[in-house]
Design a protein around this ligand. Structure first.
Ligand code: SF4
Length: 490
C-alpha cells in the first residue's frame, strides 16, 4: 500500500497509523496526490483535513474540520483519527490502542495526571479522543499506579549499570538482538570477559568521581548464563571491586535460557549478591520450542526453576511470548496456567514482534492469527491479575502482532525496578559490553544523551581503547548538566 502526503507535515505519524491496518506490508510513502489505483491519501488545507482510501476499485473518503485554535498536535490527532475511522471498517482491523502508536502509553497517562487532569478527563481523552479500548485504558491506569510508586523512589544522584553478554546457545527464530550463537563465537569469550572487566573498572572510576549512587544492576544480552560459572564470577567480582553496593536496590541477571542454568552458576550468582534472576520458558509447549529454535525443553525449564529455588532465589521472573509460531490459544493458556502454578515473583508476557533482523518474517498465517493472539493476551492479563499479580511496566514495539503490548507483572513488593527505570528513562544507565548503549539522563531535567559501544563482539575487542575513551563523555555530560547533585562533587 502507498500513502500520499499532501501539504502537511504529519508524514511519520500517518505512516505509523496506516501501518497498523496493513500488517506485514511495507507502506510506501509519497508526497503529493495519488497517481495509482490503490492508495491512502492524506491532505489538508486551511480549514479541512481530507483523507481518502482507494482499494479494490472502491473509493472511501472522510473530511474533518480544523479550527484556527487547533495546534499542530491536535491537527495530527484529527488526521490520525480520520485515517483510523476510514481504514478500520475496510480492513476489519480494530487496534485496541486506538491511534496511539508510541511505545509508552502509560507515560502519556502519567503526564496527564502530573498536569493535574481529573481521572474522568484522562479516561475521556484516551477512550474518545484517541480511540483506546476500555480494557487497554484500564490496564494502562493500573500499571501507572505501581509505576508511579517505583519512579518516586528515584533520586537525582541515582544510576543503574547494564552489563551486556551478547552470546546465546542458539539463535531464536524471532530474535532481533545482537546476540551470537555461542558455538560460533566461543573463541572470543575469554578475551571478551577480560575487556568487560576493564570497562567495568573504568566505568566504576567515573561513577565514584561523580559521587553517584548505584541503584540497580542488570545483566542482559544475550544470555549471561551462556558464560561459565568462572566467567560469571570474574565479571561479578569486577563489579563488586569497582562499584559501591551501599545504595543498591536490585541486582538482576537474566539466566534466560533454562539449558544454560547449572547449580554452580546459580551459587556463583547468589554469592555475588544477585537477588533477582530471569528464567525464560517463552512457552511450555515443546513442539513450539523446537519450531522457534530454542533447543531446550519444558522439563529443563521446570528443573532450572526448582534448582534456583533450592539455591535460595526468592525473586524469579519468567518471560512468555503470545503468538509464537505453532502455538494455539489452548496451548498458550496451558503455558500461563503452568507458569502460575510455579508462583514466580514476576511474569512478563510479550506479544510476538516480527523484526527485519529476525529470521522469522511476517506471513499471511501470522496476519490471520491476530484475533487468536488478542485472545491469548486477554487471557494472560485476566488470569495473571486474578492470581495476585499487578502490572508494573508496559511497553509496545513496532511490528508487534495486533499492535499489542508487553507487560511485566509482579507479586506485591517484587517489581523489577530496572525495567521501569530504563523504560521511563528516569536516570542514567551506564552500559558496558558489546552492543550496550549508555543512556545519560540529566538529573533535574529532560535531556538525554546516548553513548553507544561497538555493536559486535569482534569490533568491541578490536577497537576497545577507542570505545573506552567514549566513556569520558559521561564526565562531560555531568559537568554540563549535573551541577545540583547532592554530593556537590562537580
Ligand atoms: S535467548 Fe534471547 S537474545 Fe538469545 S537468541 Fe533467543 S531471543 Fe535472542
Amino acid at each position: 500500500m502507498t500513502i500520499f502526503i499532501d501539504r502537511h507535515p504529519y508524514r511519520y505519524e500517518m505512516e505509523r497509523v496506516s501501518q497498523m491496518f496493513f500488517p506485514g506490508d511495507k507502506i510506501q510513502v509519497k508526497e503529493g496526490v495519488p497517481d495509482q489505483q490503490e492508495y491512502i491519501y492524506t491532505g489538508m488545507n486551511q480549514n479541512k483535513i481530507q483523507v481518502a482510501v482507494c482499494i479494490s476499485g472502491s473509493l472511501f473518503t472522510r473530511e474533518e474540520e480544523i479550527s484556527p485554535q487547533d495546534e499542530k498536535n491536535e491537527i495530527e490527532r484529527k488526521m490520525a483519527v480520520a485515517v483510523y475511522k476510514l481504514l478500520s471498517p475496510i480492513t476489519k482491523i480494530k487496534p485496541k490502542w486506538g491511534i496511539l502508536t508510541g511505545i509508552r502509553p502509560v507515560k502519556l497517562l502519567a503526564a496527564r495526571r502530573m498536569a493535574g487532569q481529573k481521572p474522568q478527563e484522562i479516561e475521556k481523552h484516551f477512550k474518545e479522543t484517541c480511540l483506546v479500548s476500555g480494557e487497554k485504558f484500564a490496564l494502562a491506569q493500573r500499571t501507572a499506579c505501581l509505576e508511579e510508586k517505583i519512579l518516586s523512589r528515584n533520586t537525582p544522584d541515582s544510576f543503574s549499570l547494564y552489563v551486556s553478554i551478547p552470546f546465546c546457545p542458539t539463535r531464536c527464530a524471532y530474535c532481533s538482538f545482537v546476540s551470537h550463537a555461542i558455538e560460533k563465537t566461543q573463541i572470543l569469550i575469554p578475551e571478551y570477559v577480560e575487556l568487560l572487566c576493564r570497562e567495568l573498572e573504568y566505568t566504576g572510576k567515573i561513577a565514584r568521581k561523580l559521587g553517584l549512587s548505584l541503584r540497580t544492576i542488570y545483566f542482559g544480552g544475550g544470555t549471561p548464563t551462556a558464560l561459565s560459572a568462572e566467567q560469571l564470577k570474574r565479571i561479578c567480582g569486577a563489579i563488586r571491586e569497582n562499584f559501591s553496593f551501599e545504595n543498591l536496590w536490585e541486582y538482576t541477571i537474566e539466566a534466560g535460557r533454562p539449558d544454560t542454568i547449572t547449580r554452580e552458576k546459580l551459587l556463583a550468582m547468589k554469592e555475588a549478591g544477585v537477588g533477582r534472576i530471569s528464567i525464560n520458558p517463552q512457552t511450555l509447549n515443546d513442539r513450539v520450542l523446537e519450531i522457534i529454535g530454542r533447543r531446550h525443553t519444558t522439563a529443563q525449564t521446570l528443573d532450572a526453576f526448582y534448582l534456583a529455588r533450592q539455591c535460595g532465589f526468592d525473586n524469579i521472573n519468567m518471560d512468555l511470548i503470545a503468538g509464537l509460531p505453532g502455538d494455539t490459544l489452548e496451548s498458550f493458556q496451558n503455558t500461563i496456567d503452568g507458569v502460575l502454578s510455579l508462583l514466580p515473583e514476576n511474569i512478563t508476557v510479550h506479544t510476538l514482534t516480527v523484526k527485519r533482523s529476525a529470521s522469522l518474517s511476517y506471513n499471511q498465517e501470522l496476519v490471520e492469527r491476530t484475533g487468536e493472539v488478542e485472545k491469548m493476551v486477554d487471557y494472560s492479563q485476566s488470569k495473571i491479575m486474578n492470581s495476585g499479580y499487578e502490572p508494573y511496566y508496559l511497553y509496545r514495539q513496532k511490528g508487534t502482532i495486533g499492535n499489542l503490548e508487553n507487560v511485566g507483572y509482579c507479586r506485591p513488593g517484587k517489581e523489577g525496578v530496572y525495567n521501569v527505570y530504563i523504560m521511563d528513562e528516569t536516570h542514567s544507565i551506564f552500559a558496558v559490553g558489546a552492543g550496550a548503549v549508555t543512556k545519560l539522563r540529566e538529573p533535574a531535567g529532560e535531556d538525554i544523551q546516548r553513548i553507544a559501544n561497538y555493536k559486535f563482539p569482534y569490533e568491541y575487542l578490536g577497537q576497545f581503547d577507542e570505545m573506552l575513551a567514549r566513556k569520558d563523555k559521561i564526565l562531560e555530560f555531568y559537568d554540563r548538566k549535573g551541577k545540583h547533585l547532592a554530593s556537590g562533587k562537580e
